[in-house]
Ligand binder design. Sequence first.
Ligand code: PRT
Ligand code: ZN
Length: 302
Amino acid sequence: MMSAADPNRLKLAVQKSGRLTEHCTDLLVRCGLKFSRGKDQLVGFGENMPLDLLFVRDDDIPDLVEEDVCDLGLVGLNVLEEKRLEWIARGHEPKFTILRPLDFGRCRLAIAIPEEMAWSGIASLQGKRIATTYPYVLDRFLKKHGIQADIVTLSGAVEIAPRLGRADAICDLVSTGSTLLANRLREVETVLESQVVLIRTPVAIDPIKTEWVERLLMRIDGVQQVRESKYIMLHAPRSALPAIRQLLPGSESPTIIPLEGHPDRVAVHAVCRENVFWETLESLKAAGASALLVLPVEKMLA
Ligand code: PRT
Ligand code: ZN
């Protein structure tokens, strides 16, 4: 009987409930994983792969992987980098590996100042108090720029710190910028660009499990590739082929198929690794193409 405690099963840590949860489970489902979540909701048991999900707070993911409690983890680079610098400051040299950057959870850790504060570059932060939940990443940034400032470490609600008189500026995550706007703050400097990354334990993973890690990576790559990819089909006169090939966005070598009874015409099939817009179709038509068809790509394996 298989169970989640089986040492032959991979354990992957994901955020329990937050911004990343749905993106992470969606990615894994697209990779073919079927999982059922137990009563305690803490473990997702992989039904068709020897892979179980451990649902935890995102801040715990780096430790769980570094300490080999989990083989793999999905976590924002912002959280990972803060942990990494904290470990180093405490004398622990981190040994986990980043396997892949993933195309979700994008945001930036940025410095923002009250709208009315004067700004003439990073030097304006000299001697100021900056509120953040990322003291280690901020400290590295300030040191790199030779700025001495007071880091006020908070556990949340950083954006209201200037209004409360607790800080002169903030260093917080930004995605759309609407939180800053609502708090009359102005983004002035990017400290760290972030996205979700897949990390693995520093401890050797046994061969059977390694094979599954490799398979998972291949599927993740496939899922990431197809997101923007389109399959395009069209008919064209042979003479228009050079022009048409130039217009196909991000495609390598299209398949050219003869059309029965039309020696001067061919069908062209190509995978485009970029989105195909109406403008592109119009240009293709102008170049002589007809019977244009654009299809989404569901799976891809190189
Ligand atoms: O409970 P747990 O500790 O697991 O969750 P959490 O509350 O710490 O994290 P959560 O779910 O808020 O975010 C998880 C991860 O999502 C972060 O670590 C980032 O990697 C990523 N992420 C992407 C973001 C944002 N975008 C984001 N905009 N995390 C937080 N924000 C917040 C930001 O702190 C600010 O309050 O959203 C606000 C700004 O958003 P905009 O759109 O107004 O600019
Ligand atoms: Zn968190």
